[in-house]
Design a protein around this ligand. Structure first.
Ligand SMILES: [Zn+2]
Length: 424
């Protein structure tokens, strides 16, 4: 479904017709670059699915961003195709007639089928009763899109704090609000089960991200159960409390700005980087809220992978606290290794090493030290100077958000493997 929204830019009075698709979230934000003055313009709207008529939602415009609504467009208006949850290829952005949504969804689903993320036949079977034909809604669901994630995170983070504060009675009232609660088996409704279920939904359909970690943990368990259990003990004594404080904080940061990340979440989950051949007109909604996420997530991942390092010691036939370099001790690893070098001991393990390949220390530095700023002449682009004062570098806004999503998916896999370890 495509809606037309006619706007006039408040800065330069240029007319724009947004041909906007509808995403699955209840609240949706479109922020694009004005084709004339390059300032950010856009809209925020809410959609509510009609109970009587599926597929005919009610749309309420909440706010215009740096623009005003117009009833009609004239010949000078520029048409811009956008979607809150899809990125359109360059040639589709100013397309006036064709339906970009269908074309973009097809491109996504083809990539997902080719790469084993999406079984078209299964998705058709499951969705046909509700949404006949293969449309964006069925593709969204087939690709693991989940419109309840934001709502469920709000419940989960509250439950998490209630648990930490031993408020069992309030927790019990709150936890049943989790939308997937009733689908979980009666014996699988502990807080850990719910967390695991939530993060499974979050990374779905890229379940292999987690499975590859679990395979390695299983390998260690079978190879030397005694050392494996020592890792579990070390984790519970030294790492669990601080790691979980970090997860709660970092995912609160992520879901607070989910509108920004959600625009590229489907792409990130099926590992389709939209950089090639795509020119986004998406601008940051509020870059000041997301500029430090990458750096913060990097800090968390590089300290939480200590668990993978310990498991890898077991897989490689050593005591869990003995490293390939015999001069390294756990203490030395914790205190002397820089964030960047903490993944070093994982190099010999393909699965663990692949898990860390996307970590980018340059982006981490720019994000952590707040060197990023939005390029005034092109708000789709971020600029930063290496070292804060060195050579000028650019990264597209799309690339930054894609990388942030990769970090969030990795963190989700890490908390899932920690839950697996706790349950052994
Ligand atoms: Zn303008």
């Amino acid at each position: 479904m495509t809606q037309r929204i006619n706007l006039v830019c408040n800065t330069c009075e240029h007319g724009i017709t947004l041909r906007s698709g509808l995403g699955a979230q209840e609240r949706q934000i479109i922020a694009v670059q004005c084709p004339n003055c390059k300032e950010k313009v856009g809209v925020i709207f809410t959609i509510k699915e009609s109970e009587e008529k599926l597929g005919s939602p009610t749309i309420n415009l909440e706010k215009c961003i740096n623009s005003e609504l117009r009833d009609k467009e004239d010949d000078n208006f520029t048409a811009i195709n956008v979607h809150p949850e899809l990125i359109y290829p360059k040639e589709m952005i100013y397309e006036k007639l064709l339906l970009s949504e269908g074309m973009a969804s097809r491109a996504l689903s083809e990539h997902a089928i080719e790469n084993g993320f999406f079984d078209e036949r299964k998705a058709r079977g499951a969705m046909n009763d509700i949404f006949p034909g293969l449309n964006i809604t069925s593709i969204f669901h087939g690709l693991g899109g989940d419109a309840n994630l934001l709502k469920d995170w709000d419940i989960i983070q509250r439950c998490w704090r209630l648990k930490n504060n031993d408020k069992e009675d309030i927790y019990n009232k709150e936890v049943i609000k989790y939308t997937n609660y009733k689908s979980l088996h009666k014996n699988s409704r502990t807080f850990n089960d719910i967390l695991f279920d939530f993060f499974y939904r979050f990374i779905n359909p890229n379940i292999k991200l987690y499975n590859k970690l679990e395979d390695e943990f299983e390998k260690a368990r079978k190879f030397n159960t005694q050392e494996f259990l020592k890792v579990q003990k070390c984790y519970l004594e030294d790492l669990h409390t601080i790691n979980w404080k970090n997860y709660l904080k970092i995912f609160n940061e992520y879901f607070k700005n989910f509108d920004e990340y959600n625009r590229l979440l489907l792409n990130t989950k099926i590992e389709l980087h939209p950089a090639d051949g795509v020119e986004s007109v998406f601008c940051p909604i509020n870059f000041d809220n997301v500029d430090m996420f990458y750096g913060n997530a990097y800090e968390n991942i590089t300290s939480h992978i200590e668990l993978l390092v310990l498991i890898n010691n077991v897989i490689e036939g050593r005591d869990y606290d003995k490293f390939l370099d015999s001069s390294v001790t756990i203490n030395k690893y914790r205190k002397k290794f820089t964030k960047e070098s903490k993944k070093g001991p994982l190099k010999s393990n393909n699965s663990f090493n692949n898990f860390t390949l996307h970590l980018d220390s340059k982006i981490r530095n720019a994000s952590h030290h707040r060197w990023f700023y939005v390029d005034d002449s092109n708000p789709e682009r971020l600029m930063y100077k290496s070292g804060g004062t060195g050579a000028l570098n650019y990264i597209t806004y799309i690339d930054y958000i894609y990388k942030c999503n990769q970090m969030a998916l990795s963190l989700a896999s890490l908390i899932m493997i920690e839950i697996y370890l706790m349950e052994q």
